[in-house]
Design a protein. Structure first.
Length: 145
């Protein structure tokens, strides 16, 4: 005997949300397994009167494994966070892994010769000094004798 179930928009919405969550999780996991994508590297950026500071957490890597380039007005950071252990059955696996990168367009000139990159307890800290603005100079006009 067929049963009738009353339609509920709330039940449909929850089902749609669960389906989207599952689709996104499976899609991202599949991309990571294939290794064809680079995820967006999370960063903090702040500025002072004299510098721009960029901070990013890059756990599990050495300073040599972090690639930082400054080309023109574009700062690029690339890193590959270590893969999880193999041949184990995870109960939880929440730490990120894989290739990450971030490119920033800087809107001020940078003193490239004095850029400082430090690595402290898994934090990459880039200090980018701003170029001092040219100060106006008074030019004395002389008479020709």
């Amino acid at each position: 005997m067929p049963t009738t179930v009353r339609w509920s928009p709330r039940r449909e919405l929850v089902s749609l949300r669960e389906a989207m969550d599952r689709l996104l999780e499976e899609g991202l996991a599949e991309q990571r397994v294939r290794g064809h994508s680079e995820a967006r590297l999370p960063i903090d950026v702040y500025t002072t009167a004299s510098e721009i500071v960029v901070i990013s957490a890059v756990p599990g890597v050495t300073p040599e494994e972090v690639q930082v380039t400054l080309e023109g007005d574009t700062l690029t950071i690339r890193v590959e966070l270590p893969s999880p252990l193999e041949n184990v059955e995870y109960l939880f696996q929440e730490r990120p892994f894989g290739r990450y990168s971030r490119a920033l367009t800087l809107n001020v000139p940078i003193d490239v010769d004095n850029v400082d990159a430090t690595f402290d307890n898994g934090l990459l800290i880039l200090t980018l000094p701003k170029v001092s603005p040219a100060k106006p100079q008074t030019i004395k006009v002389k008479t020709k004798a």
